[in-house]
Write a protein that binds this ligand. Structure first.
Ligand code: F0G
Length: 459
């Protein structure tokens, strides 16, 4: 049940079929190129797209816009310390800014960096520093209904170290929840195991904490040791093992923009902190604002505290689960149990007639727009070329934004796509233009249907 009500609304409109088809074609069959006005239910991302609370808006009015020594920065520092247990932060304009700041200081040419699964910007930043990102998810993670399918395969990290030498691994990363692997959570047991392996390799242990509150909720619900604990206590416990954090406030900071790096207040990390701080000034802005306005710092300080409130996070994860149930009831192959921020659909199973090299995930994304102006995102072989991944489509729910009727619309849209599939009307896609950096291909590539597409379904 929602523990809030709306006080401000944004009108949305469902364009008719003709308009949707024209939009899709104009966008080069890449939904990143669509105007948001043509989108009815926007599930492209949960990043920076949520609704802020009245307390956040109120706090924004007291933003201190000083270049240096802003009071708003102090308030963010205090919130990070209370909620996440880190005393030293370097603010950044968003998560990837924080990644640039930290990984540029931590990673060198020729290094290897293991992660349970690298998110696209993480992968790109590691690669951009000349290092090789290595995914180490648990084998067959999505094959059965594991409670912590997002876990890191620590043995795979040990094998990597045997192969390339521990000195080539400057950091072990852990992304909670595991966004690229169906948003699945990571257990605290696994966090401790990752800490252990980092110690063995004399590597830093970094947690990508974007969705730390959602992860903490799953831990409390599923890991026996934490039964009956508060989400906020688990949130701190799971982060307490890390040497550093990378945070995008656009997720569990409940804001539209912002992020930071946090580094453990221990003299062992003084050099790393100094390096990262310098990079922060160079790329993001002075140490007490880092690319954010004072008001943005205020909004994030409040948002972090709201993110670990029981009523908020239970509703949040519950809504994602309800969407997963609606789709599963209609025979849509969704990864279950659902993750924290999104429902992931296995597009290869949903559209079995579309061969792997014709991007079944992207074909499904385009069909969802064509049939219901619903925007999802492909996180399969189109977004992650040259990696061996399931053909997933992600439907991310913005925080505190859509209601049950919107979820119904998404489910009905899937029914229409299924009708078109059964009538043999859905074509695979081929790429006609793509950018140089393969890691960022899905943001700007253009595609076209392999076969001419007919439409017999009506609105
Ligand atoms: N790490 C993870 C796990 C993420 O999911 C994201 C962003 C980032 C880092 C980068 O943060 O966007 O603030 O620069 N994920 C968004 C998504 C974009 O749609 O999943 P950012």
């Amino acid at each position: 049940m929602r523990a809030y009500k709306s006080k401000m609304v944004t009108p949305i409109r469902l364009p008719d079929r003709e308009e949707r088809e024209a939009n899709l074609e104009r966008a080069g069959y890449n939904v990143f190129n669509l105007d948001s006005e043509g989108v009815f239910v926007d599930l492209l991302t949960d990043s920076g797209t949520g609704t802020m609370s009245e307390s956040q808006w109120a706090a924004m009015l007291s933003g201190d816009e000083a270049y240096a020594g802003s009071r708003s920065f102090d308030r963010l520092e205090e919130a990070v310390s209370d909620v996440m247990g880190f005393e030293r932060i370097i603010p950044a304009h968003q998560g990837r800014g924080a990644e640039n700041v930290l990984y540029g200081a931590l990673v060198e040419d020729g290094d290897y960096v293991p992660n349970n699964t690298h998110f696209d910007t993480t992968r790109a930043h590691i690669a951009n520093n000349g290092a090789k990102p290595v995914d180490c998810p648990c084998e067959g993670a999505l094959d059965d209904d594991r409670p912590f399918a997002g876990d890191l395969d620590v043995e795979a990290v040990r094998r990597l170290a045997d192969e390339v030498g521990a000195e080539k691994i400057p950091a072990v990363l852990l992304t909670i929840t595991n966004n690229s692997l169906a948003g699945q959570p990571v257990s605290v047991e696994n966090v401790r195991a990752a800490r252990e392996v980092a110690d063995e390799l004399d590597a830093a242990f970094v947690i990508d904490a974007c969705r730390f509150a959602e992860n903490a909720y799953f831990v409390r619900e599923r890991e026996a040791e934490f039964e009956g604990e508060s989400v906020s206590a688990v949130a701190r416990e799971q982060l307490s093992y890390a040497d550093a954090l990378v945070m995008s406030g656009k997720k569990d900071g409940l804001v539209n923009v912002g992020g930071f790096v946090a580094i453990r207040d221990d003299e062992k990390f003084d050099d790393l902190y100094a390096d990262a701080r310098e990079r922060g000034i160079l790329y993001e802005g002075f140490t007490t604002y880092g690319g954010m306005a004072g008001r943005d710092l205020e909004a994030m300080a409040v948002g972090l505290r709201e993110a670990v409130a029981e009523s908020y996070v239970a509703d949040r994860v519950g809504q994602v689960q309800r969407l997963g149930d609606l789709l599963a009831d209609r025979g849509v192959p969704v990864e279950r149990p659902t993750g924290g921020h999104a429902v992931y659909v296995n597009a290869a199973e949903f559209l079995p007639e579309i061969p792997d090299d014709e991007f079944p995930g992207q074909a499904l994304v385009c069909e969802l727009y064509r049939e219901g102006a619903v925007r999802g995102v492909e996180l399969g072989s189109f977004a992650f070329p040259d990696t061996d991944r399931p053909e997933l489509v992600r439907l991310s729910l913005p925080r505190r934004t859509y209601g049950a009727d919107h979820l119904d619309h998404v489910a009905e849209t899937f029914e229409k796509v299924a009708e078109r599939r059964d009538a043999g009307e859905i074509s695979g896609l081929e790429i006609v233009a793509e950018p140089e950096m393969a890691e960022l291909r899905h943001f700007s590539a253009e595609l076209r249907p392999v076969r001419a597409q007919e439409t017999t379904t009506a609105d």
